[in-house]
Design a protein around this ligand. Structure first.
Ligand code: PAF
Length: 311
């Protein structure tokens, strides 16, 4: 089995560190792809520093900035942010053949049309992960919270793709991850979207932890409106909703109370946020379905203004 992971961010490093021992033991090939040659060389030499439960371990992983020297792989995990997908797929082109299974692991729903938009030669799978990972330095990842990862297809896949996804699930399960194959991955992508739409932009705006959103009446009120709008849009689109999205989002604020959300991390590093793929997607889908989304529009405007102030 030839597996490649595109993107040495928190999730990419986490999956690389967890997969490395299993792939070495069973003779498979694992590559982490990084477009930055200098960083790729550094990570190849020093390995990934994986930190969990107050213990640190170096996990050696082959890191490459030259996909053309690798050629097509069986599975390509795409762990970059949604807005980096176009560049990433251009870079990873030599890794993808019609026999490859690309697995998209982005937040939001801005990438669901990836197969057509990027003219992929192979049917992709989509994953929703709630593993908590923080990148402390290049190649240094802290596994802050154990979560679950659901994977599935949006449309009925060819048999080979289905088989590859089952094999991947088996391998990741052996690596200690809670994995499930889902026939309703679209519903799960939206369920995660509700949480991200409510928590991420407000924590970025107020510069606070997830838990602190619960202590401010104003923030809590806005969170509820944002998530209710997203829920109304989802229902209009025909998404199956089994748990109340507002209650679920408030529960995540509580269970991840000390977390610095990924969007707040982006703000602190002055990086582009995922607002377009999260609240932006709610606004776009709302327009398509004729549903007003003023709270999502307003938070999106404020986050865009914040991004504008980086410069
Ligand atoms: O993006 C994030 O930070 C996470 O998805 C979540 C669940 C909001 C926790 O911080």
């Amino acid at each position: 089995m030839r597996i490649a992971i595109a993107g040495p961010g928190a999730l990419g490093c986490l999956f690389a560190a967890l997969l490395a021992p299993r792939m070495q033991r069973d003779g498979g090939s694992l590559r982490l792809l990084d477009h930055n040659k200098q960083r790729a060389n550094l990570l190849s030499t020093q390995g990934i520093l994986y930190e969990a439960d107050n213990r640190q371990q170096h996990r050696m992983v082959a890191v490459s900035s030259e996909p053309q020297s690798i050629g097509p792989v069986d599975i390509l995990l795409l762990t970059v942010k949604s807005h980096d997908l176009a560049d990433c797929l251009r870079f990873c082109h030599p890794l993808i053949s019609p026999r490859t299974l690309p697995v998209f692991m982005q937040n939001g729903i801005g990438h669901l049309d990836a197969e057509e938009r990027f003219n992929l030669p192979a049917t992709p799978a989509f994953a929703v992960s709630s593993e908590g990972a923080t990148l402390l330095a290049p190649g240094h990842v802290r596994h802050v919270g154990r979560g679950a990862t659901h994977m599935g297809f949006l449309h009925h896949p060819p048999e080979r793709q289905q088989q590859l996804l089952s094999e991947l699930a088996g391998i990741l399960h052996e690596c200690g991850l809670a994995i499930s194959l889902s026939d309703h991955i679209l519903n799960q992508l939206w369920a995660k979207l509700f949480v991200n739409a409510g928590i991420n932009p407000l924590t970025a705006l107020y510069n606070c932890t997830n838990g602190q959103l619960l202590t401010s009446c104003a923030a809590r009120g806005r969170l509820k409106h944002i998530v209710r709008e997203a829920e109304a849009v989802a229902r209009a689109v025909g998404i199956g909703i089994s748990v109340d999205p507002v209650q679920a989002t408030l529960a995540v604020c509580k269970s991840t109370a000390k977390n610095i959300s990924s969007m707040l991390q982006d703000r602190r590093r002055k990086r582009l946020t995922e607002i377009d793929a999260i609240n932006g997607a709610v606004v776009r889908e709302g327009k398509r379905m004729g549903i007003a989304t003023p709270f999502n529009e307003e938070i999106m405007r404020q986050i865009k203004e914040m991004e504008g102030n980086y410069r």
